[in-house]
Design a protein around this ligand. Structure first.
Ligand SMILES: C[S@@+](CC[C@H](N)C(=O)[O-])C[C@H]1O[C@@H](n2cnc3c(N)ncnc32)[C@H](O)[C@@H]1O
Length: 209
């Protein structure tokens, strides 16, 4: 069953979630966050794009030596990230309201890009990954952390069943990983299962032609 997410619906959802987001999404999803930033293998002065940075829960994980740009569609989520940048005193971070389906950056502008818990919350994941590929240098690292539709029959079926409700809440419960990567021409270097019940997948790709 394919249920479409609308951009306005996502904006409305995250306007509501912004004040309470950190209470729900901080500790439960923390192991995946640490693992995702580790997969970026950040080197001194790397330029990194975080797509759908939200309230900036990953910010404390980045070294002060990298140049981080975070973008998000939701002003309300980004306002929280701005507060976090100020609290953590991170002059190496730039935050912008932007739609990930049409990034306002040039080709090959970043060494690396990451999206944590975002790719199933965007209306057009293919367009977002294509944009991530465009702005990351050839052979740069792209890391995606997300829940994807299970390949187990029963779990996948339950996720399909829940899809209409989840879509109303602002994310897709049944986004399949393999066809998504195939459509954008990304071949995973590694896929690791993380978080509670190993229910989320951490996908590391190299931006090859
Ligand atoms: C579940 S939150 C994840 C936030 C953050 N990455 C984290 O790890 O906590 C999904 C985020 O994706 C953002 N988002 C959804 N569609 C987007 C789009 N087209 N462009 C940019 N951000 C988008 C939402 O506003 C929200 O902040």
């Amino acid at each position: 069953m394919d249920v479409a997410l609308e951009k306005r619906q996502v904006q409305r959802a995250y306007e509501l979630y912004a004040p309470v987001y950190d209470f729900i999404f901080d500790w439960i999803f923390a192991p995946g966050r640490t693992a995702a930033v580790k997969q970026l293998a950040l080197q001194r002065s790397d330029s990194v794009l975080e797509v759908g940075i939200g309230t900036g829960l990953n910010l404390p994980l980045y070294p002060a030596t990298c140049q981080l740009t975070g973008i998000d569609l939701s002003q309300e989520m980004l306002d929280k990230a701005v507060e976090r940048v100020q609290t953590l005193a991170m002059p190496n971070v730039t935050l912008k309201v932007m739609d990930a389906t049409s990034l306002d950056f040039g080709d090959n502008e970043f060494d690396k890009a990451v999206a944590t818990y975002t790719i199933s919350a965007v209306p057009d994941p293919v367009a977002v990954l294509n944009e991530m590929r465009r702005v990351v240098k050839p052979d740069g690292i792209i890391v995606i952390l997300n829940h994807f539709r299970s390949e187990r029959r029963l779990t996948g079926w339950v996720e399909d069943l829940l899809a209409p409700v989840c879509t109303r809440l602002g994310w897709k419960s049944n986004l399949p990983l393999a066809p998504l990567l195939e459509q954008v021409g990304l071949v995973p270097e590694s896929i690791t299962q993380v978080n509670m019940f190993k229910g989320w997948r951490l996908v590391k790709c190299i931006n090859r032609d």
